[in-house]
Every structure is written in structure tokens, then in C-alpha cells.
Design a protein around this ligand. Structure first.
Ligand SMILES: Nc1nc2c(c(=O)[nH]1)N[C@H]1C(S)=C(S)[C@@H](COP(=O)(O)OP(=O)(O)OC[C@H]3O[C@@H](n4cnc5c(=O)[nH]c(N)nc54)[C@H](O)[C@@H]3O)O[C@H]1N2
Ligand SMILES: Nc1nc2c(c(=O)[nH]1)N[C@H]1C(S)=C(S)[C@@H](COP(=O)(O)OP(=O)(O)OC[C@H]3O[C@@H](n4cnc5c(=O)[nH]c(N)nc54)[C@H](O)[C@@H]3O)O[C@H]1N2
Ligand code: SF4
Ligand SMILES: [Mo]
Length: 749
């Protein structure tokens, strides 16, 4: 039987509206939905081919248990019971010995992260790690200090902005971050067509920069100095909206004191942005009247991501562009999340990590100390880890060390749709439903914070049934809580209610896996917040019109700082800024020595580490390996040419990759895409046969390698040394290439 079903994509923030064609319950094709009011017929190749990922013969269908170096199918009852009894035993000694890593795929389901967090609350452990210290904890740390709430993330008013300065994000490939924008290339072109200036500040002449009106190269990791000079110049050119600042903000004089040491003439040597160019940019930013600086992971993954992001936010705020038409808006979702969080004291936990004394940011500790937390003996040493919707062994810093740490765990439970490299080390693997096998509401940022460039609300059914025993994560974590003898969210009454709901719902599911009534739970969320019903939104297959972010609704009204003002100069940040003199000297020395800096590079056809197991996304030369991208002058200096094989050395490891020459990188900067190097994944048949190396072998972990204000790992701007390879192309090693030049093979278990 043929059917047509409407849904939306849950791979990235664009959340494109999709139409799936089905035959006998299986998806045969996916097309963009041309009538969708938010995404207007846009979708990318990943989204349109996702059914091949979920229908792959490698898809996890049953719970698995590792016996020796093999996995055996077991029943859900056995898996839950055995995991539960191990957790109970560990919990008696220390609840903190049980930890969780929440990956980015979890964020693309509304219930998954809530129930995973609820499980950890039930366990009584605060040892939670998330992929946010790989991508955005700097933004959360900054917003917590400035506005009192991590999720106040101002976003550009794309419809009205006249001068947009984009620093460290490549929306044409990534499809924007911290804002839902479908078809970014078209949106940027629309801006240009109505006379706006779109300036990209990036060490690479990116796909986005090519669409923008201007591009400026910047030395990796020097953004903090660029923003210091920008703010300095903004003050000199009298671009401060003093009335707005005095009414709604505090701390301007501290910023003035800080920036006076950093005129553009001083920082140009390091940033490689001529002072005259920066002054011109500031002039344009001031005179355009509707301006915005937009940042992304390029600065977050750098060394001083929190300070850099903080300064960018300050520039937007003190110039009067925050909360103004054409500047930056602070959205609101189906409820006032900021007020709610303040009332419930949600994000003000003050715990410190056992290793390194790091603060919790958004209820999570830095991923960069996870290996140390596992390897360092002590009362709260981590002995068990739940990994949910992530693949830390490819995506986190110093993967080789992390992998050795994971081998020491007494219990590793991975909930995923594939047997990836992290799952390959697990004691138990729990198969999850795929995005298209679960009902859902939009991504948390639009739903809770209104972070959309075209506002709408939507709901989707599960459009296909799982073909095995896969379960949704809300059900998995409720069952795990029962098996571990704890109540989800720490309440036994709540746990009993959820169990009842699940039993009731499962009665009507015939042969299907038992499950919580997900649609009912999401319906309650909508109704509680007077946002319609799940059913009503389902009917609007093209999205339901929704209120957009309104200028003038934030300042003086919603910040949740103690005095309701924007705190421009948090003491913690000012203190950290004192170290910048030393940093500047070191960075300059590095530049002058000709030291190469390695940055990341996202690609159209890969999504972090999980899209390389299907033919549709790996065809052609570019789909068979990642490359080392180099400027041709750098390559010549290092005796390298197109397709030559290079060894890339960092402080932690060496990886070997073929070279691709480009004129798009600034000299002194090289780039390697992440998420590659699947040779040790037991269950990724295709991906494990293709080439490529894991670039995160080159990133350092441990307390010294972490950005202290936010706990961010340093994954971009890494100092590297490059030379022609003195051995064969790497076909898959965990510790990189040994110094002898021979690929070091390590066994799986
Ligand atoms: N060098 C370098 N490293 C980086 C980055 C970089 O730019 N450079 N980028 C970083 C960024 S931005 C991020 S967010 C992190 C990502 O880090 P992770 O979240 O650890 O990695 P992903 O590869 O996104 O892993 C997602 C996993 O979820 C699984 N999955 C997909 N759908 C579902 C589902 O519905 N349920 C469940 N349970 N699992 C599902 C996939 O199979 C995959 O294994 O890594 C980062 N690491
Ligand atoms: N196709 C695809 N789309 C994705 C993903 C994917 O893996 N593939 N991942 C998704 C995820 S999880 C996220 S978080 C978002 C991230 O979305 P973005 O933040 O847009 O990520 P990138 O595309 O990596 O853009 C980072 C940019 O920063 C630049 N850069 C690197 N170092 C520096 C520096 O020191 N200074 C400056 N100024 N720039 C620098 C890089 O050259 C790059 O252009 O993308 C999402 N979308
Ligand atoms: S752009 Fe993102 S949301 Fe849209 S189809 Fe591609 S992966 Fe899915
Ligand atoms: Mo991310």
C-alpha cells in the first residue's frame, strides 16, 4: 500500500518540513515540503536520505550484551535487570560513580533529554556530561552571567538587519546555529539584495563568505582580540547608546577600562585584520543602525571562546542593537522559560567537579575531564557511564585516552540507533527508535525560546514503525529508573504515575514494544502552556503560524540577574581577561614562528560522526576519506602537493591524511573535517571500510586543556606540525600514527 506522510527533519536546527512516500510501511523517498510555512521547500541531502540510515542492515534492532569481544542479543527484561542490579550495587557506594554523556542527537527529541536528565536525578548523580562542551557551553556561560539565564541567546533579526558581521560560523553548510533558518544561502542573498552588508570573519573563505558581501581573514584563536579592538573602536567612534546602557545595563566603565589597552593598531599583528579595515567595519556597524554580530562554534571551540563570545554580546548590547528591530532579538517559546527556570532554580546549581574544580554549566561538567574522572581513584570515581545519542569516542578531545578510560568502566550502556565506536566498547547496547519512528515537537530552542527566523509551531507523528525491538528514550529511561530502584526526577510518586501511564498505553499497542504515551505527554506540555493541542498541530502539516520574537520585550523586563539589568562586566570574566596580555604575547610568538593552526571544517554530506554508513552520502572521492586542507603556499613549504600523504602532529598524537590544496584557507591555517575514522566501529559496515582519520586524536583533554569559564574543549585552532608521511596511508588506528611512521593497530577489546 502506498502512503504519503508529512513530518519534519530532526537532524539539525533547520528542522526542514518533509514529505515521505511510503510503500507497505517503508519509506521509499523523502522530498522537501514546498508548502511548509517555516522552511518553504528547503531540505538538504542528509535529510532527504536519512531513511537509508535508519533502514540500513546495520541498524540496531535488539538489546545487546557484550560477551568477550562479541555482542549477543538479549531481551529487554534481561538488559534492564542486569543494568539495574549493577547500578544498585554501585549506587550503594556512591551515586556519583554513575555518570551520563548526552550527545547532540538527544537534543533533537523533546522527551529524550528530559527523561535522561530525570533518570540521573533519580540516581542522585550530578556527573552529567553533554556535547555542549564541544560546541556551545561558552554561549551558555556567557548568557548566564550577562542575562542571568543560559538560554537567553539573542539572535539576529534576519528580516531587518542591515549590517551582519558573522564570526566563526558557516551557516551555508551548517544550516545556522542557535537560530532556525532554512536555506541560509538564500536568506543571505536576500539580505544582500536589499542592500545589507554581510561580512564574514573567518580563517577560511567559506561557502557562506562566498555568498556574503565581504570576507575578512582572521587568525584562528585571535577573535577575543578582534572583539576587544572592535569594542575599543566602538567607544572611540561614539557608537555607544549611553541612554540604553544606563537604563538597562551595568558595568560599562569596566569594559571601557579593559578595552582601552587594545586599540586595533595593537591587535592587527595577531588577528591579521588591518586596523583600517576594522575601523571601517565598526563605522559600518554604527551607521547601519540595525546591526548584529553573529558568532558560532569557530570561536567557541577556540581557546578563549567565552571571553570572545561575551565581548561580541557586549558590542551588540552597548551599541543599542540588543532587543531592537534589525539587531538582535530574544525570543520566547511556548512559555517564559527564563522565569520558569528562575522560579525552579533550574540552572543555578553551584556544584564543582571532583577533578579540576570546574563549575557546572547548564547542569553539565566539561567533557574534557571525563577521562580523568574515570581514571582517578577516589570516593566519587566514575565506574558507570550511560551514553545517549552521542558518540564521544569520535567527537570528544583526545579520543585515544578517552577510549582507554572507557575500557576501565565497570558498566558502559549505550543507547543509539547504530553500533558506533563508542557502543563497540559497551557492556550493554539499547536500541532506540529513530527520529522518523517517534512523534515529536520542534527542537528545544524554537519550542522553548522562540529561536526561529520564521516563526511557526509543529508536531509530527511517528511516520514509520520500528522493524525490531527499538524503544523510545522516554520509555527506556523510565524503565531503567524502575530497574535501578529509583524514581525518575527523584520522585517515587512520579515514577509510579509514569509506570501506570506506560502500562495503560501498552495495552493498546498489540505486538508493538511497550511505550509511554509520548503524544499524550507532549500534548500536556502544549496545553499547560496554552499552546494548542498536539492533535491540532498535527493537522497543520505545513506548520501552525506562531508569534515571533518582538523587539522591545527583553531589556528591563526579562533578564533574571539579581537587579534585572544586563551585567556587562562579570567579575569572573574581567579576572580572566587579565590573562590576555600574556596570551597575546604567546599567540604572537606562535604566529611569528610560522606555527600552523588546525581548524575544523563541516561538510555538506556529513553530520558529526553518524552519516557515513550509507552509500548515498559517501559516493565519490570526497565521500571516501577526510582530507587535510592546506593553502598551496603552506603545502609547498612543507613539500606537499594535492593527494600527497601528510602526517599531522599535535601535542597528543599524529594522524595521517591525504592533502587537498585550496586557496580558501588563510596561510598558516589548515583544516580537517571531524567525525571520520570509523575503522573500529563494530556495527558500521560501510563506514568502517572507508578511509579517514579521527581529528580529535589531536585535541588535548585534561584540566589544563579546558577553557575554564565554560569547560569548553579546545577543538579548533590547535597548534600542529605537518610533514610528508613516511609510511603508508593510515587504515585505522586508535592512537594515531606511532612516531616510527607505522600505523599502530590496537585490538578492539
Ligand atoms: N574536531 C571537532 N570535533 C567536534 C566538532 C568539530 O567541529 N570539530 N563538532 C562538535 C559538535 S558541534 C558536536 S554537537 C559534538 C557531537 O558529538 P556527539 O553528540 O557525541 O556525536 P554525534 O556524531 O552527533 O553522535 C550522535 C549519535 O546519536 C545517534 N543517533 C541519531 N539519532 C538518534 C536517536 O534518535 N536516538 C539515539 N539514542 N541516538 C541517535 C547517532 O547514531 C550517533 O551515534 O561533536 C563535536 N566534535
Ligand atoms: N553539514 C553539517 N551541518 C551541521 C553539522 C555537521 O556536522 N554537518 N553539525 C551541526 C552542529 S552539531 C552544530 S553545533 C552546528 C555548528 O554550526 P557552525 O558554528 O556554523 O559550525 P561550522 O560550520 O563548523 O562553522 C565554524 C566556522 O568557524 C571557522 N573558524 C574556525 N576557527 C575559527 C577561529 O578561531 N575564529 C573564527 N572567527 N572562525 C573560526 C571555521 O572556518 C568555520 O567556518 O552545525 C550543525 N550543522
Ligand atoms: S538542513 Fe538539516 S533539518 Fe534540513 S533536511 Fe538537512 S539535515 Fe534535515
Ligand atoms: Mo554541535
Amino acid at each position: 500500500m502506498k502512503q504519503t506522510k508529512y513530518t519534519f527533519c530532526r537532524i539539525c536546527e533547520a528542522s526542514c518540513g518533509l514529505i515521505a512516500e511510503l510503500e507497505d510501511g517503508k519509506i521509499t523517498s523523502i522530498a522537501p515540503n514546498p508548502d511548509h510555512i517555516g522552511t518553504n521547500g528547503f531540505a538538504c541531502k542528509k535529510g532527504l536520505n536519512q531513511h537509508h540510515i535508519y533502514d540500513s542492515p546495520d541498524r540496531l534492532k535488539y538489546p545487546l550484551k557484550r560477551i568477550g569481544d562479541r555482542f549477543e542479543r538479549i531481551s529487554w527484561d534481561q538488559a534492564l535487570q542486569e543494568i539495574g542490579s549493577k547500578v544498585k550495587a554501585l549506587r550503594q557506594t556512591s551515586p556519583q560513580s554513575i555518570s551520563m554523556y548526552v550527545g547532540t542527537a538527544a537534543g533533537f527529541s523533546i522527551l529524550h533529554p528530559i527523561f535522561a536528565e530525570g533518570f540521573m536525578q533519580g540516581i542522585g548523580s550530578h556527573n552529567i556530561y553533554t556535547s555542549s562542551t564541544q560546541d556551545c557551553a561558552n554561549r551558555f556561560a556567557s548568557a548566564s552571567e550577562l542575562y542571568g539565564f543560559p538560554f537567553y541567546q539573542p539572535f539576529v533579526d534576519l528580516d531587518n538587519v542591515k549590517c551582519m558581521i558573522v564570526v566563526g560560523t558557516n551557516p551555508v553548510v551548517s544550516k545556522w546555529t542557535f537560530l532556525q533558518v532554512a536555506h541560509p544561502a538564500q536568506r543571505i542573498k536576500e539580505l544582500n539584495a536589499r542592500g545589507a552588508r554581510t561580512i564574514f570573519v573567518d580563517p577560511r573563505y567559506t561557502e557562506s563568505a562566498k555568498v556574503g558581501t565581504d570576507h575578512v581573514f582572521i587568525r584562528p584563536n585571535s577573535d577575543v582580540f578582534f572583539f576587544l579592538s572592535f569594542l575599543h573602536e566602538l567607544i572611540v567612534q561614539e557608537g555607544i547608546d549611553r541612554e540604553c546602557v544606563s537604563q538597562y545595563m551595568s558595568g560599562l566603565s569596566d569594559l571601557e577600562n579593559l578595552t582601552k589597552h587594545w586599540p586595533a593598531e595593537r591587535t592587527e599583528k595577531l588577528t591579521c585584520i588591518p586596523a583600517a579595515k576594522l575601523k571601517e567595519m565598526v563605522h559600518l556597524y554604527i551607521t547601519s543602525q540595525a546591526s548584529a554580530i553573529v558568532t558560532g562554534t569557530g570561536i567557541g571551540m577556540g581557546k578563549h571562546g567565552t571571553l570572545a563570545h561575551w565581548l561580541a554580546e557586549c558590542i551588540n548590547a552597548v551599541s543599542g542593537n540588543l532587543d531592537r528591530k534589525g539587531g538582535l532579538l530574544v525570543g520566547q517559546g511556548i512559555f517564559d522559560f527564563g522565569k520558569f527556570a528562575q522560579k525552579k532554580n533550574l540552572f543555578n546549581r553551584t556544584r564543582r567537579s571532583r577533578i579540576g574544580n570546574f563549575r557546572e554549566i547548564n547542569g553539565g561538567f566539561p567533557g574534557g575531564i571525563l577521562a580523568d574522572e574515570i581514571l582517578t581513584p577516589g570516593d566519587e570515581q566514575i565506574k558507570a557511564l550511560f551514553v545517549t545519542g552521542g558518540n564521544p569516542l569520535l567527537t570528544m578531545a583526545n579520543s585515544a585516552r578517552l577510549r582507554n578510560a572507557f575500557k576501565e568502566l565497570e558498566l558502559l550502556v549505550v543507547t543509539d540507533i547504530h553500533l558506533n565506536e563508542t557502543a563497540s566498547l559497551a557492556h550493554y547496547i539499547l536500541p532506540a527508535t529513530s527520529p522518523l519512528e517517534r512523534p515529536d515537537l520542534p527542537f528545544v530552542f524554537p519550542l522553548f525560546m522562540g529561536m526561529q527566523s520564521k516563526p511557526y509551531l509543529a508536531a509530527t507523528e511517528a511516520i514509520v514503525e520500528p522493524s525490531g525491538e527499538q524503544r523510545d528514550e522516554a520509555t527506556i529511561y523510565t524503565d531503567l529508573a524502575s530497574a535501578c530502584g529509583v524514581g525518575l526526577f527523584g520522585t517515587q510518586a512520579g515514577q509510579s504515575a509514569l509506570r501506570l501511564l506506560k502500562t495503560g498505553n501498552s495495552l493498546f499497542r498489540g505486538n508493538k514494544q511497550p511505550a509511554l504515551p509520548q503524544k499524550f505527554l507532549m500534548d500536556q506540555l502544549l496545553r499547560m502552556n496554552k499552546s494548542g493541542s498536539f492533535k491540532a498541530h498535527l493537522k497543520n502539516v505545513n506548520g501552525s503560524p506562531w508569534r515571533g520574537a518582538i523587539p522591545g520585550t527583553f531589556l528591563g523586563k526579562r533578564p533574571t540577574t539579581d537587579d534585572g539589568k544586563v551585567h556587562l562586566a562579570p567579575p569572573l570574566f574581567l579576572m580572566q581577561a587579565q590573562t590576555l596580555e600574556k596570551v597575546f604575547i604567546e599567540e604572537l610568538a606562535s604566529l611569528e614562528s610560522g606555527e600552523l593552526r588546525l581548524i575544523s571544517k563541516r561538510e555538506h554530506l556529513t553530520h558529526n560522526s553518524w552519516t557515513q554508513n550509507i552509500e548515498e552520502l559517501t559516493r565519490g572521492k570526497m565521500g571516501q576519506t577526510n582530507y587535510l586542507y592546506m593553502h598551496r603556499d603552506d603545502a609547498a613549504r612543507h613539500h606537499l602537493h594535492d593527494d600527497a600523504i601528510a602526517d599531522i602532529h599535535s601535542k597528543t598524537a599524529c594522524i595521517r591524511l591525504p592533502v587537498r590544496l585550496t586557496d580558501d584557507l588563510m596561510p598558516g591555517t589548515v583544516a580537517v573535517p571531524h567525525g571520520w575514522g570509523h575503522q573500529h566501529a563494530q556495527g558500521l559496515t560501510l563506514a568502517s571500510r572507508i578511509a579517514g582519520a579521527n581529528v580529535n586524536l589531536l585535541a588535548a583533554d585534561g584540566t589544563e586543556a579546558i577553557e575554564t569559564l565554560s569547560g569548553m574543549s579546545h577543538l579548533s585552532g590547535i597548534p600542529v606540525r605537518i610533514e610528508p608521511a613516511n609510511g603508508p596511508l593510515d587504515t585505522g588506528s586508535w592512537s594515531g600514527i606511532a612516531e616510527t611512521g607505522l600505523p599502530e593497530k590496537s585490538g578492539l577489546v
